[in-house]
Design a protein around this ligand. Structure first.
Ligand code: E4P
Length: 224
């Protein structure tokens, strides 16, 4: 399973790119607006932090297929590398997906809330579908179960489309998606940190440090 970071904040991206096995970045209009920055300056800064080989998913803000295609071409041309245009599912979006795929540009169909939407997006040629796990959980759905169904459906029908699960608020949701065979998750910087934290890990490390220091003081192996 690959981990992406779901943010447009350059400091969070820089940090997670350095310290975690990060496969790329996803953004959406809300996340970009939150940064209150020049659009191209922000996106080119993100691309230069992660480099051309890591995935960058940027959402179109257009509502018609022709304009979505135009925007996808511009985004790909300006941001290059491993690039995916995110498009929220809809009729114009499916039409745009079929057109964009012919141009050789990656597509992530986003705002997915059920397996029927995911299956049609995959048939239109989307490379990824992005189901919103926490938003489903919030309305008494089961986000991880939906993710599992989509994974199974794509395998059953031998579709190349992958699941990029999004909208996470806790590590249990991520864990359940991983168990369900989800290929990619996009999570916040906070969740990366929470995922690796455990009070018993802190206790173990403190004991190692204390026992070592009792005999060797502040010397390290490099001093011997
Ligand atoms: C990602 O592609 C989605 O836009 C995002 O994960 C939605 O997350 P939210 O429900 O936390 O806004």
């Amino acid at each position: 399973m690959k981990y992406l970071i779901d943010t447009a904040n350059v400091e969070e991206i820089r940090h997670c790119n350095e310290f975690y096995p990060l496969a790329g970045v996803t953004t959406n209009p809300t996340l970009i607006a939150k940064e209150k920055s020049d659009f191209w300056a922000l996106l080119t800064a993100i691309r230069s932090i992660i480099g051309p080989e890591k995935a960058l998913h940027v959402q179109t803000v257009q509502t018609t297929a022709d304009k979505m295609v135009e925007e996808a071409l511009l985004l790909k041309q300006r941001l290059g590398g491993e690039f995916y245009v995110k498009i929220p599912i809809g009729e114009e979006s499916l039409k745009a997906t079929m057109m964009i795929k012919k141009l050789g540009i990656g597509v992530t169909m986003t705002a997915i809330f059920n397996a029927a939407q995911a299956l049609i997006a995959a048939k239109a040629g989307a490379d990824f579908v992005a189901p919103y796990v926490n938003r489903l959980d919030n309305i008494l759905g089961d986000g991880a179960q939906e993710v599992g169904e989509i994974v199974k459906l794509f395998a059953t029908h031998r579709l190349d489309c992958k699941v990029l699960a999004a909208s996470f608020k806790n590590c249990e949701q991520i864990h359940k998606c991983a168990l369900a065979g989800c290929q990619t998750v996009t999570i916040s910087a906070d969740l990366f940190h929470t995922a690796i934290s455990h009070p018993m890990t802190d206790v173990a490390i403190n004991t190692f440090d204390k026992d070592w220091e009792a005999l060797y003081g502040n010397k390290t192996i490099l001093d011997f």
